[in-house]
Design a protein around this ligand. Structure first.
Ligand code: HGY
Ligand code: MN
Ligand code: MN
Length: 433
């Protein structure tokens, strides 16, 4: 659905959009250098790079006058008090995540945090008084790369943290509880990270689209209608390791060839699904991993998403059933463990409308689109009105160092976020009048 631009827009001049976007890109470039691995962006939850990113982004927040703190699950929070009656004012939450996938781009998550900082700086520069506080949240565990959790830090903000997550382990065998303690977090204080919904206006997240639609429509921005539900699993296949030179083909119980048949089944089920169903085997560890040994064990991941819950749940059952049949035929033991089940999440209509007004005020047509990628807004929507605005991704690429958005599009995204905050402030002020 496309809504035409506002009748009397106040577009941002291209050079102003570019300048604003270049300011954001400079910060994104600096943050991208904070990595756990040389030569590529890899910043996982509670890692040394995560700690350094908190220092860097926290300094940027304090540099624009925010007070900062790190909560019990290592979320960095930067707060600007309301200009009127701060003691009883509500809070508008703005933010995204600063953890990354491995060999990541520079924008996924980080753009939403940096855009929040630049938006508050713009509001200060324009001298506009706000009737609510603004709190910028930099979540540390959206991607779920190090631990088989996801959205754990934004879940803590909404009081939906699951304490069983504390027992999950990373690939080095370190538990989440141990990693939080190593980071200086108090796992007994996790409940203190919860934000009381009674005091919250809502949650706004600016994020790259990570897909091809805005580019296809030749639009810089788009308002998100809903976020695809997702289910994430790990699974193992156990056969028998053997000598690659002596075990005849018909006597093998090869875990890797079993995995291969299951991975092709996952792809086929994904292709046959509806509502944008996607199914992915993203990581495979082959044991013992020697070239002259028939693989005896495989540990892998399974990620299934769709724009509606029913097709996703049907696909899970089909994949489970077919994988069990393949494993049985091949003499393999198949074990599937579910780690994440997040239902399809509609975005708040009023906040969508606020984003739409801001985009329209820039003289841009307003297109609405679903998100296939997961976001912290899915967790935040459990407790607060939440909405997202997408910035066009070149070639729709993300989770890849080639991830890129133009400075003009980024600048328009920051300006749209700024105008959305101002729109909500004006409405809150009128409402209070
Ligand atoms: O996997 C996702 O959808 C997100 O990038 N964490
Ligand atoms: Mn993201
Ligand atoms: Mn991501």
């Amino acid at each position: 659905m496309t809504t035409p631009a506002a009748s009397s827009p106040t577009p941002l001049a291209p050079d102003a959009a570019r300048a604003l976007g270049e300011r954001a890109q400079a910060l994104l470039d600096e943050l991208a250098l904070v990595s756990d691995e040389p030569g590529r962006v890899a910043r996982t939850y509670l890692s040394p790079a995560h700690a350094r990113s908190i220092d860097l982004v926290g300094a940027w927040m304090r540099g624009i006058g925010l007070t900062t703190r790190v909560d019990a699950v290592a979320t960095l929070r930067g707060r600007r008090e309301a200009d009127a009656a701060p003691e009883r004012a509500k809070t508008l939450l703005v933010g995204s995540h600063i953890d990354t996938v491995l060999d990541a781009g520079k924008l996924d998550g980080c753009l939403g945090v940096i855009a929040g900082i630049l938006a508050v700086a713009e509001i200060e520069k324009r001298g506009v008084k706000l009737p609510f506080a603004v709190e910028i949240l930099a979540f540390g565990d959206e991607e779920g790369v190090r631990f088989p959790t996801a959205l754990s830090s934004s879940s803590a903000a909404t009081g939906t943290y699951r304490r069983e997550w504390l027992a999950v382990r990373d690939r080095d065998g370190r538990s989440l509880a141990e990693a939080l303690a190593d980071f200086g977090c108090d796992t007994d204080a996790i409940e203190s990270a919860r934000i009381d919904p009674a005091g919250v206006v809502g949650f706004l997240e600016l994020h790259i689209e990570q897909g091809p639609l805005l580019e296809h429509w030749d639009l810089p921005l788009g308002v998100v209608t809903s976020i695809a539900g997702q289910s994430r699993f790990s699974f193992t296949l156990d056969g028998v390791a053997g000598h690659a030179g002596t075990v005849p083909m018909d006597l093998r119980r090869d875990a890797l060839t079993g995995l291969a048949e299951i991975a092709l089944t996952v792809e086929r089920v994904g292709r046959q699904g509806t509502n944008g169903l996607v199914a992915t085997v993203g990581r495979v560890d082959v044991k013992p991993g020697a070239g002259n040994t028939v693989p005896g064990r495989v540990e892998a991941t399974l990620d299934i998403r769709a724009g509606a819950d029913a097709p996703r749940l049907v696909a899970i059952d089909r994949i489970r059933h077919e994988a069990e049949r393949i494993a049985g035929r091949r003499g393999l033991r198949f074990e599937l463990t579910r780690h994440i089940d997040v239902p399809t999440c509609p975005m708040n209509e009023d906040l969508q409308a606020a984003f739409a007004r801001a985009v329209g005020s820039l003289g841009l047509d307003v297109r609405r689109l679903p998100s296939g990628a997961g976001h912290d807004a899915m967790a935040m929507a459990r407790a607060f009105p939440s909405a997202m605005l997408f910035v066009r991704s070149r070639d729709g690429i993300s989770h890849n160092p080639r991830e890129w958005s133009s400075p003009e599009d980024i600048g328009l995204g920051v300006e749209a976020l700024t105008r959305t905050i101002l729109d909500l402030a004006a409405r809150a002020t009128r409402g209070a009048a």
